[in-house]
Design a binder for this molecule. Structure first.
Ligand SMILES: CC(C)(COP(=O)(O)OP(=O)(O)OC[C@H]1O[C@@H](n2cnc3c(N)ncnc32)[C@H](O)[C@@H]1OP(=O)(O)O)[C@@H](O)C(=O)NCCC(=O)NCCS
Length: 151
């Protein structure tokens, strides 16, 4: 299936509905709910679509604009997972971040159990900056592996 990455701002009303449905999914809402509510100029949101349907979302948030740093987030509609779209949307967003957005550094994070996300980040060259296993005494549920990639 050929899929293309486009800015969120280019969508028609049906595709915006696809986005709302994906953002309503239980494990996507925590990642994208706040980003879409903010609607601010420091978030660049992209969608991966195929034959007009939105399959996945990615966002680059400029968290330290003065330094050219950003944060990468992405999610795939549950019905389209395990088909390579996660890798595709993350790859496309990283290319935009280091290309047209001109960023020099990206961070991202994943729960230790989120093997798909960790595989995607590591294949893109992101390096873990925190341990995969929670420190003794840390909240196991809240533990995140933080990653960093330089342009
Ligand atoms: C993480 C997520 C984006 C992965 O999307 P996806 O389309 O299923 O991923 P892909 O099909 O591109 O697979 C990427 C890699 O993960 C592996 N993978 C996919 N699902 C997996 C699973 N459930 N368990 C283990 N590995 C898995 C794939 O085999 C692939 O690895 P490989 O290329 O080395 O074989 C998706 O599960 C999701 O949207 N989760 C909720 C939001 C989220 O966690 N976002 C990331 C944090 S910002």
């Amino acid at each position: 299936m050929i899929a293309e990455l486009r800015p969120l701002t280019s969508l028609n009303s049906e595709q915006r509905q696809d986005v709302r449905r994906i953002v309503g999914e239980v494990d996507v809402a925590p990642v994208f709910g706040a980003i879409l509510e903010r609607g601010g100029s420091h978030d660049h949101v992209y969608v991966l679509s195929s034959v007009g349907e939105v399959l996945a979302l990615a966002a680059i948030t400029r968290d330290r604009p003065a330094l050219g740093w950003g944060q990468l987030s992405y999610a795939v509609s549950q019905r389209y997972r395990q088909k390579g779209f996660g890798r595709a949307v993350a790859n496309g967003a990283v290319a935009r971040a280091f290309g047209e957005l001109g960023l020099g550094r990206l961070t991202s994070s994943a729960r230790p159990s989120n093997l798909a996300s960790r595989r995607i980040l590591e294949a893109l060259g992101f390096l873990a900056t925190t341990p995969v296993d929670p420190s003794p005494g840390a909240d196991q549920e809240a533990w995140l592996v933080h990653y960093r990639l330089l342009a």
